[in-house]
Design a protein around this ligand. Structure first.
Ligand code: ATP
Ligand code: MG
Length: 352
């Protein structure tokens, strides 16, 4: 197969971890006889420095001409004082909206050899294997009208039936590739938008009799994520609830540096990026853990290109390298040997 990938390294440790992911893609391409044509574009602070725009038109055009986008991270203290239109994050929000990337996927899976870093007891964290599906282009974060006066401030939470339908369908389709269990999270005892959400889920599930659907309130979900996270398979929820719950879930396994994410559209086009940010204080030092970027590339193979076997090979290689006791600085236990970003990547490549 031949695929075009837009590569946007971004800021901070973005370029280092993306270099690792690109190397892994090249190796997978050779092993499975695929051609990944990779073209580079600017985004975020780096793009502000070169083009005075966090999302230059050439970058948008490059993404439009590609089958998927691989992104590092954006932002850093260098641009913190910029006016809001010139903040690196603007580029990221603009790209999500421009490409209608309505579904944000965040898998959280325990890696046994990393559980020493989990804030939960190993016994609780060890069975965790969930996928959070967050609606990304609607709800409170895109509500209009909003208003701020001296005496009050207003944000509006709007969802249309169509917006809910497509994210719920997506979650059911994704659940079929897993354990076919979906927890739909809302606040239907209080919010009208959540009542509509629940109604749509009830309608949609008729077409998916093989999927086990449970409605949960967001507050009790937040509790259960800590007390019994192993009980979840797929969680589907609206934008803000998903934002909060996915950050909560990301600490369960103890390692921000290993979590990938995808933001996808109905036709399979998607943007893939590590959950972590640009970690500017360790940029350029070879300390960054490239696992999240490498696993994001694996998600790209699975969800945009339908290359399930290829994705699994990468995921297994990453796991094996951890199981064999090789870690970057963020995960290493005192007294153990630390591998640099490049050395750790080479271990994964050898494994593949
Ligand atoms: P953002 O606002 O961009 O999401 P953040 O403030 O959430 O950024 P991150 O950049 O994600 O922060 O990083 C938080 C800390 O975690 C960093 O300062 C860094 O020490 C560590 N960290 C994050 N990602 C990695 C990684 N891939 N490898 C090693 N350490 C990391
Ligand atoms: Mg963050």
């Amino acid at each position: 197969m031949e695929k075009r990938v837009a590569v946007l390294p971004g800021d901070g440790i973005g370029p280092e971890v993306i270099e690792s992911a690109v190397k892994v893609l090249e190796v997978i391409g050779r092993r499975f006889e695929h051609t990944f044509e990779m073209n580079y574009g600017a985004i975020g602070g780096t793009a502000i420095d070169t083009c005075n725009n966090p999302l230059p038109e050439e970058t948008v055009a490059l993404c439009e001409a590609s089958d998927a986008v691989l992104l590092g991270a954006v932002g850093g203290p260098k641009w913190d004082q910029n006016p809001s239109a010139l903040r690196p994050e603007k580029g990221l929000l603009a790209i999500r909206k421009h490409f209608d990337l309505f579904a944000n996927l965040r898998p959280v899976k325990a890696v046994p050899s990393l559980l020493h870093a989990s804030p939960l007891k190993e016994k609780v964290a060890k069975n965790v294997d969930m996928l959070i599906v967050r609606e990304l282009t609607g709800g409170l974060y895109f509500g209009e009208p909003s208003r701020h006066t001296e005496k009050s401030a207003v944000d509006t939470l709007v969802y249309t039936r169509e917006e809910i339908e497509r994210i719920v369908e997506k979650s059911f389709e994704l659940a079929r590739l897993r354990k076919s269990k979906v927890a739909s999270v809302d606040k239907a005892n209080v919010l009208e938008s959540s009542k509509l959400w629940r109604e749509v889920v009830e309608e949609k599930k008729k077409a998916y009799p093989d999927i086990e659907v449970e409605h949960m309130l967001v507050d009790s979900t937040a509790m259960k994520l800590i007390t019994n996270p192993g009980a979840f398979d797929v969680i589907v929820t609206e934008n803000m609830f998903g934002d909060i719950l996915s950050d909560e879930a990301s600490v369960i396994t103890g390692s921000l540096g290993v979590l990938p994410s995808a933001s996808i559209r109905a036709d399979g086009f998607g943007l893939y990026e590590p959950v972590h940010g640009s970690a500017p204080e360790i940029a350029g030092l070879g300390l960054a853990n490239p696992a999240a970027a490498i696993l994001s590339a694996a998600m790209m193979l699975r969800y945009s290109f339908g290359m399930n076997e290829e994705a699994a090979v990468i995921e297994e290689a990453v796991n094996t390298v951890f199981e064999d006791g090789f870690f970057t600085a963020d995960l290493v236990e005192p007294g153990k040997r630390v591998l640099s970003t490049k050395e750790w990547t080479e271990k994964v490549i050898d494994e593949i």
